[in-house]
Design a protein around this ligand. Structure first.
Ligand code: FAD
Ligand code: SF4
Length: 331
């Protein structure tokens, strides 16, 4: 691995100032499991993606760590580790969906130092993107190797130009929980709902979200769920010890006294370049008895799926997993 300069700021303002000064060769780091252990060690580079020279460690900033629950919901600092998220009793009680999603990530070792901010902002796992010999669109090149290559793990929804699937399990769960991210940059702070945080390749193929290179994600805010909200998380993976999602589903919704869908979200991971909100399924459930309608509503995912040559199997999994997750949430 190429050597790099490590910076250890103690305030968000200093970190932002450093990133602003370093430009394209500067990178924020949380636990480093993706940036250092993946991107930099494996030399994942291209003309739109230089190997970082200056690495700005965010874990030396005390303000970025910790979990607080208040009247408006939960505030989780971006450098809080995944294990700290999993072990927090109030989060377990109020947002069991997030706990389950975080627990399904990687291995205990990675969860012990991988941070929430790092998990949300990790780069995609497309094997062409991670291979140093493939200068694809996402690295500033002029080709997508998944179109003619092995695309068994690629997108079945919303892929054009680039067919990655968003790798973050917490992002899928946070989207279902209607969460937002606080970002801090040279121009000040801004709050971006996760509905608007991620973008597909058509908006910008080089990035997966709206975070600017000189911005830091400082915290995630999850609103307090409505009384009686039902939640569940399921994730299907190839290798059971640890693996990224073939397909994952997060459901958070309310029903009325007759079991009819009132409000809520169903989101999917492993299927699209962004954590995907399955509005076609939600629409099919609106006002209807969830138990009786879910089978037919889950099938609506087929109307938006455009599988590639080797991944049509994911459409069946998505349909089945949506049904299973919603029924699990109903208990
Ligand atoms: C073997 C293995 C298996 C894995 N399995 C899964 C899985 O099943 N599900 C899953 O979701 N993930 C999985 N991951 C990914 C893992 O969860 C992430 O690597 C980890 O959560 C990232 O956290 P980190 O703090 O180490 O990130 P880092 O490597 O520090 O950062 C990742 C990226 O986010 C940026 N970043 C980090 N924090 C901030 C911030 N606060 N503000 C702005 N930018 C920031 C960095 O610049 C970098 O680009 C796996 C990883 C490995 C190595
Ligand atoms: S899917 Fe995206 S990341 Fe993968 S090869 Fe195609 S352009 Fe590159």
């Amino acid at each position: 691995m190429k050597s790099f300069e490590l910076y250890e700021p103690t305030t968000v303002q200093d970190a932002v100032g450093m990133l602003d000064k370093f430009g394209a060769t500067g990178k924020a780091v949380g636990g480093g499991s993706d940036l250092i252990g993946g991107i930099m060690k494996d030399w994942v580079t291209g003309k739109g993606m230089p190997i970082p020279v200056q690495v700005v460690d965010l874990t030396t900033i005390p303000d970025l760590k910790g979990i607080k629950l208040s009247s408006d919901g939960a505030h989780i600092g971006a450098t809080t580790t995944l294990t700290e998220v999993i072990e927090h009793a109030d989060l377990q009680n109020t947002y069991p969906l997030l706990t389950a999603a975080a627990l399904s990530i990687a291995s205990p070792l990675i969860r012990n130092f991988g941070t929430l901010g790092g998990n949300i902002n990790q780069r995609p796992r497309c094997w062409f993107f991670r291979g140093e010999d493939f200068n694809c669109y996402k690295k500033g090149g002029d080709f997508c190797y998944s179109v003619t290559g092995d695309n068994r793990y690629h997108a079945i929804i919303g892929g054009e130009l680039c067919y990655i699937v968003h790798p973050s399990d917490t992002a899928t769960a946070l989207l279902a929980l209607n969460a937002s991210a606080n970002l801090s940059g040279p121009q000040g702070n801004r709050t971006v709902p996760f509905d608007q945080y991620f973008h597909g390749p058509r908006e910008d193929v080089l990035t997966e979200n709206v975070l600017k290179p000189n911005e830091v994600m400082t915290e995630v805010i999850i609103p307090t769920p409505a009384q009686g909200t039902k939640m569940a998380w399921t994730k299907l993976k190839d290798r059971q010890v640890y693996d990224f999602a073939l397909v994952s589903v997060a459901a958070a919704f309310t029903v009325d006294g007759s079991g009819n869908w009132q409000d809520g979200r169903i989101t999917l991971g492993g299927v699209a370049p962004v954590p995907y909100r399955a509005q076609v399924v939600e629409d099919a459930l609106k006002g209807k008895n969830v138990q009786q309608t879910i089978k037919q509503a889950a099938a609506q995912i087929r109307t938006v799926a455009r599988p590639m040559s080797l991944n049509a199997y994911k459409v069946d999994i998505a349909q089945g997993l949506i049904e299973r997750t919603v029924l699990q949430a109903l208990g």
